[in-house]
Structure formats: C-alpha cells, structure tokens
Design a protein around this ligand. Structure first.
Ligand code: AMP
Length: 273
C-alpha cells in the first residue's frame, strides 16, 4: 500500500495508473462501517484510494475537533488488510489556501436538520469533498447512508458542478445491538451506549408502524419521541429522498432521521424505507 501526503503527487500518481478508481473519504478512527465502504470499492474498481483527514472546516467553534479520535497506525493496518492501494493522508496546510474560492452549502438542504444544529458544517464538508474528488478523480466515490444529509448534499454538488463521478451510497453498518457504528461512539460510557440503543429502537418502531400501514408522520414522530425519552433529542424528522419533510410516509421514498445528544456526544442515525 502506498501512502501519499501531497495532493499534487497523488494526482500525478493516479493519472499515470490509468485505472478505474474507487474512493472512500474518511476522517479515520476506522471501523466496520468504513471497512464496508472499502470492500464495496474493492469489488467494483481496479484501484482503491482511501483518504484520512480530520477536516477542520467542518467543525464549528467549540466542537470536538481537538479530541476527535486519531488512530493513524491502526487505520493504516486496517487499510492494508482491506486491500487499499493508496492511502491519502493530507494535512490542512497542503489542502487549503488562504482566501480561497469557497463552495457553500445551499440554504434549503444545507441549513436544516444537522445543518441547523451545526450551521456551516456542511459548507466545510462540501469544501473538502470537492477538493478530494478533484484530487483523486475517482470513477466511483463511496459514502455512508448513515450520514444521509451529507450524502444528499454531495449528490447535489456532484450534479450541480457536473462532476463525472458515480456516488455510491452504502447501507449503515450496526453493532449486534443495533447501534450504528460511528467513530464518535468511542466517547460513550457503557451506560450511555446502553441508552443510545433507544435510537435504533425508535427507528425500528417507525419502520414497523409504516409496515403496518401507518403513514401519518406526526403519529410516527410522536411514538419515536416517547421511545427516545429521556435522551436529549436534537431532532426527529421524516423526509423524502429529496430531503423535503413529508406529512405522509411512503415506502420507497422515506427517510426517518434522528439526532440525539447522549451525555455530550451528538449521535445521528436514520432508516431508509
Ligand atoms: P467519517 O469518517 O465518520 O467521516 O465517515 C466516512 C464515511 O464512512 C462517510 O461516508 C460515512 O457516512 C461512512 N460511515 C460512517 N459510519 C458508517 C456506518 N456505520 N455504516 C456505513 N457507513 C458509515
């Protein structure tokens, strides 16, 4: 496995290979969710590139940028064992410029739900993803459905900026109890991990209600809020695949989303129906 830090060097190297490229951008502290993205990329492309970069521009003032888990050595091993060809390890100095031309998340989808709680977060995400996609120029780029709003905004950006890249959504990987895997789960105490199971429980109940024919999203959300108590709820939302809130759930076009704060840790989860 090749490890490259410099964006220009990576760009040149990949151009010389002249192969199909599957790209998995991450912030490291890799877990089974990331591994699944990598496996998908491995199966569908000749070359697999993974990036690890804890992107400062997507963290707001006072958020966990400094304490975000960094596990470079373990991550390198995971990548090597997963058949990654190139690991891209940039730093903020070689990725960002002073006074640069900025990509900005749109008001409609970029500043609601997660973008409302974390105003400006998605602009930082889109900025770095645009850079990474342009550096790697992948055939396919893999993103988790776990971060549904992020996935939606990236799909929009790829469309609006005419990037010739296939965005491949990947299903959420959970632990045996149903908790969606996340690098931030490392912040949870055993007790909080237990409480956090209410999140997937509320999503599964929403799925059951819809399967039984209940499509009134107000009713579904009320039930979910009951299940989530006493967790601090950021939002419970039901949207369509375009991320517009809906009053009537419809199988094939509905995403149910939850954000809670467990202790001081913000946890996101969702289910696609
Ligand atoms: P992160 O390192 O948290 O920025 O995540 C990197 C990529 O992995 C993103 O596309 C995430 O949506 C995806 N991802 C994170 N957790 C999971 C999970 N539990 N299942 C599937 N994909 C995930």
């Amino acid at each position: 496995m090749k490890i490259i830090n410099d964006p220009i060097q990576l760009q040149q190297y990949l151009k010389e290979q002249n192969k199909t490229i599957g790209f998995v951008p991450t912030m490291g502290a890799l877990h089974e969710g990331h591994r699944t993205l990598i496996q998908n990329a491995r199966e569908q492309n000749e070359l697999v590139v993974v990036s690890i970069f804890v992107n400062p521009t997507q963290f707001l003032e006072g958020e966990d940028f400094d304490k975000y888990p960094r596990k470079d050595d373990a991550d390198k091993k995971i990548c090597e064992l997963s058949g990654v060809d190139v690991l891209f390890f940039p730093n903020a100095q070689n990725l960002y410029f002073e006074d640069e031309v900025k990509i900005e998340a749109p008001d409609v989808r970029g500043y609601v739900l997660e973008g409302n709680t974390r105003a400006g977060h998605f602009s930082g995400v889109l900025r770095v993803v645009m850079k990474l996609l342009n550096i790697v120029r992948p055939t396919r780029a893999y993103f988790g459905k776990k971060d549904a709003q992020q996935l939606n905004l990236i799909q929009q950006m790829v469309k609006h900026y005419f990037l010739d890249i296939e965005i491949v959504p990947v299903d959420t990987v959970r632990d045996a109890n149903g908790l969606a895997l996340s690098s931030r789960n490392a912040y949870l105490s055993d007790k909080q991990r237990q409480e956090a199971l209410k999140i997937s429980a509320s999503l599964y109940e929403a799925a059951r209600m819809i399967a039984r024919g209940e499509n009134d999203t107000a009713q579904i959300k009320t039930k979910m809020v009951e299940i989530l108590k006493p967790l601090e709820i950021g939002y419970v939302a039901i949207v369509n695949r375009d991320f517009n809130p809906v009053t009537v759930a419809q199988v094939g076009d509905t995403i149910v989303l939850v954000e809670v704060v467990c202790g001081t840790t913000r946890l996101l989860d969702n289910i696609w129906l």
